[in-house]
Design a binder for this molecule. Sequence first.
Ligand code: BGP
Length: 487
Amino acid sequence: MTFPKNFLWGGATAANQCEGAYDVDGRGLARTDITTAGSLNQRRQVTYEFPDGTTGKGDKVPKNAHGAVLPGEYYPNQVGIDFYHHYQEDIKLFAEMGFKTFRMSISWSRLFPNGDEEKPNQAGLDFYRRVFEELRKYQIEPLVTIWHFDTPLYLEEHYDGWNNRKVIDFFVKFATTVFKEYKGLVKYWLTFNEINNTIQFLDMFGDSATEKDYQDAYQQLHYQFVASARAVKIGHEIDPENQIGCMICGIANYPLTSDPKDIMLNRHVWEKNIFYCGDVQCKGEYPTFAKRLWDEHDLALDITQVDLADLKAGTVDLYTFSYYMSNVVSTHNDPDAEKVSGNFVMGLKNPYLKYSEWQWADDPLGLQYYLEVVNDRYHLPLMVVENGLGAIDKVEADGKIHDPYRIDYFRGHIAAMGAAIDNGVDLIGYTPWGCIDLVSAGTGQMSKRYGMIYVDLDDEGHGTMKRSKKDSFDWYQKVIASNGTDL
Ligand code: BGP
């Protein structure tokens, strides 16, 4: 098992889950700021009233959250782990672990508080410059996600967010600003985090999705594709050195049985959940099966000839993805089949796998499988930009955190990446998720921890924010130092 010489070992975070400082230095509100603990999953079950007066379920901004806080509610993303004020200390720890790269995102509303301004907020630009310079001080290559779920709240409320074509221009302006501003400091970029979630999770929550949800989701996704492609093209023009990737939520799907109906269903799940977005972003055009998906829900999409030309002109240089688990699908409505119903998952239980406390399947071979599939399909350099085990960590009496379960998880997945490389896969980097503990996107909890660095903060916001090393810190340091040979 040989990892390439310049393999990009590192870790990953996102602004909305770690930065905090939500109202500092001119930053505007992002939609993720008003997400309360546990609300992402719950939102899909609860009926809300939306600003336009309609009611319904879904991942939109509810009316009563307008403008920030509800009395007595704690909004964890507004505080994060206060990376905004701790970034020097945190980057020093990443450097000590031996990171070659660090994945982070830029908060859109820190640069454009409402999203539609002419000029960016200078204090916001300065903050990220300081962070990138700090990373460079330790020869750590920044890997920057431009959009990680955090559309400015103002755009959601006044333009109806990604339902509105105009938001493409606002995003392209934001992306152009950061490409220009950080030219020479940042080379690796990702346009949209887990872009496929928009359609992938529609079917995973039982029968709660309506035909309008499908219409909206495919339309929003199309606008994001166009925004991404236009940003990629501009990013290449601004600096031909830029390497810009798509970012797909990678779930390896398996059929429950060898019934050909299950095999075909599984193939179609891969097409919709995984290849639909990858094909558009890597090949620059909608795949042939897109028409079947649109027809299934009788969709009428606003797709222009100019859009199609933009998609063609803005294909990505890298295929990147998150990988946490595999999933099982079946056409058999077997009442005895065990189901999983955890945070962000809703499928059948795989009897061959272990599951986390949140019912996520621990499946390293699924990662190798996924890598080999997308390697064959796209022939692009690949990066695993999220991976990890969410777990509850315990601080022992001596102040130490022993997390052998996390080390086991990483060991299995890194070995799987090595096996994929041995099988010819062009994998260039690995950034495990939440290398420092941060707020969970799906649950809003701090207690679902992924990090090698512990942050003293609980689900209600109590704690000192003190950082300390877990056992996995020393282990990962050794892995990086040996370029993946000492697991
Ligand atoms: C991905 C997101 C991340 C991250 C991760 C873990 O979907 O890109 O933002 O949070 O999942 O999920 P969770 O935080 O729900 O455990």
